[in-house]
Ligand binder design. Structure first.
Ligand SMILES: Cc1cc2nc3c(=O)[nH]c(=O)nc-3n(C[C@H](O)[C@H](O)[C@H](O)COP(=O)(O)OP(=O)(O)OC[C@H]3O[C@@H](n4cnc5c(N)ncnc54)[C@H](O)[C@@H]3O)c2cc1C
Length: 410
């Protein structure tokens, strides 16, 4: 009987295990996870779970008992510490070893840590796990002032959730606007205005020099010398792919585990999926590593199929969303914040979209209450077409019909 081992029991790993069974694999499936609980969704942890509109139980991907019923051996609270690709074994922190015929690496990403004096004071929080989310919820309910370090998606969503709970919020960002790396300066400015309009004291071009307090954090000193008193601090300065346990394994790692479009890593019978995987996207003609839920889900499924020799190249149009205040953003494609952007509709209004172009090609689009634009853009991006910026900006130009025509002509 073949043994398929999956390391990382979250979205990518959980979906892969489930898919192996759905696709009829009747060998042994071992799903190893460092966290003490079964796979769950992280997106609600900065939003609905903090607002109190989603319970803890609702974040789990599957009901208790599911993995057992499926014959999936779920090992929770177990850290993989090394991989030997010659003897095909994964070693765990408790000294045990698991042999595999095929292995999926789905160890995701971990928050980057703040490296300044005082960063280890009590009350300096990060947000990645359910445990982190519980700690944050408790702090929010018992506090009145927070400093959020970093205005990426996690920082911006946490700031919005804290404002919703009535806290005074200072948000520090080293770049000129929030979300600049992902969405660029112009869309980032829209978010800067939105956070300020909701009462966030947003300081841009501003880093953290030091955290001060007696045992627990009481104030933040910024790089330009401002001092902000606070009850706690939330740090959201990005994540790094979790590949430390692969050191010495020979598996190629370069900004994540390097895989091809079939999710295959450099070692035989080793695959990777989700936040940890850097894969060759044949459509975009470049390597992507995507840190979003939809990709973790669909790449987990794709990797499982690949492990079963059902070889379908993984070339999706990536998708993600972010909810801040009453604004729900949807994004399709893959662009850099440096790519030129074209707006459609007034970004100061409640309904608008933005399109990212590179060398004339439509690379990505985002919409705020603009599902029809996002859905048309998804098809245009998949078809790899160039669209004139004037047409994208023109509200009277029918993108949906264009997308249909393009799809039909292929
Ligand atoms: C607060 C928050 C909000 C988010 N909101 C959104 C959103 O609105 N929209 C969106 O698209 N995306 C969102 N994301 C991102 C999304 O949740 C991630 O892209 C997704 O969780 C990635 O899934 P993954 O399975 O690849 O990795 P992860 O979810 O990171 O899971 C990896 C798992 O592997 C385990 N692990 C790591 N190392 C080892 C080891 N050595 N041994 C054993 N186990 C190990 C980890 O403990 C973890 O459980 C959010 C993320 C967070 C944290």
């Amino acid at each position: 009987m073949s043994t398929f081992v999956i390391v990382g029991a979250s979205v990518a790993g959980g979906l892969a295990a489930e898919t192996l069974r759905k696709e009829g694999f009747d060998g042994r499936v071992v799903l190893v996870g460092a966290e003490p609980v079964r796979p769950y969704e992280r997106p609600p942890l900065s939003k609905e779970y903090q607002w109190g509109t989603r319970s803890e139980e609702s974040v789990f991907l599957k009901p208790p008992g599911f993995y057992e019923e499926q014959g999936i051996e779920l090992l929770t609270g177990r850290d993989a510490v090394s991989l030997d690709t010659r003897s095909r074994r994964v070693s765990l922190a408790d000294g045990s070893r698991i042999g595999y015929d095929r292995l999926l690496i789905a160890t995701g990403a971990s928050p980057r840590r703040l490296a300044v004096p005082g960063a280890d004071l009590e009350g300096v929080l990060y947000l990645r796990t359910l445990e982190d989310a519980r700690a944050l919820r408790e702090r929010i309910s018992g506090s009145s002032r927070v400093v959020v370090v970093g205005a990426g998606f996690i920082g911006a969503e946490v700031a919005a959730s804290c404002r919703r709970a009535g806290l005074e919020v200072v948000m520090l960002e080293v770049l000129p606007v929030p979300l600049q790396r992902a969405l660029g300066p112009r869309v980032g400015q829209v978010y800067a205005d939105m956070h300020r309009a909701h009462g966030v004291d947003l300081r841009t071009g501003e880093g953290v020099a030091e955290l001060r307090g007696h045992g627990r954090v009481e104030r933040v000193v910024t790089t330009s010398g401002h001092v902000f008193d606070c009850d706690f601090v939330v740090v959201g300065i990005g994540v790094a792919p979790e590949t430390r346990w692969l050191e010495g394994s020979g598996v190629e790692v370069h900004n994540g585990v390097v895989v091809d479009e079939l999710c295959r890593a450099s070692a035989p019978d080793v695959y990777a999926a989700g936040d940890v995987a850097s894969w060759w996207h044949p459509g975009f003609g470049e390597r992507l590593r995507v840190e979003h839920f939809d990709n973790a889900q669909s790449q987990g499924v794709a990797a499982a199929r690949s492990m079963l020799d059902k070889e379908i190249p993984y070339a999706p149009v990536p998708f993600f969303w972010s909810d801040q205040y009453e604004v729900s953003l949807q994004y399709v494609g893959h662009a850099s914040g440096e790519d030129p952007v074209v707006f459609r509709g007034d970004p100061g209004s409640g309904s608008w979209s933005a399109f990212y172009l590179r060398d004339g090609w439509l690379r990505a689009a985002l919409g705020v209450n603009r599902f029809r634009d996002v859905s048309a853009a998804r098809r245009l991006i998949a078809a790899h077409v160039s669209v004139e910026p004037e047409k994208l900006a023109d509200e009277g130009f029918d993108l949906k019909t264009l997308a249909r025509e393009v799809a039909r002509s292929r």
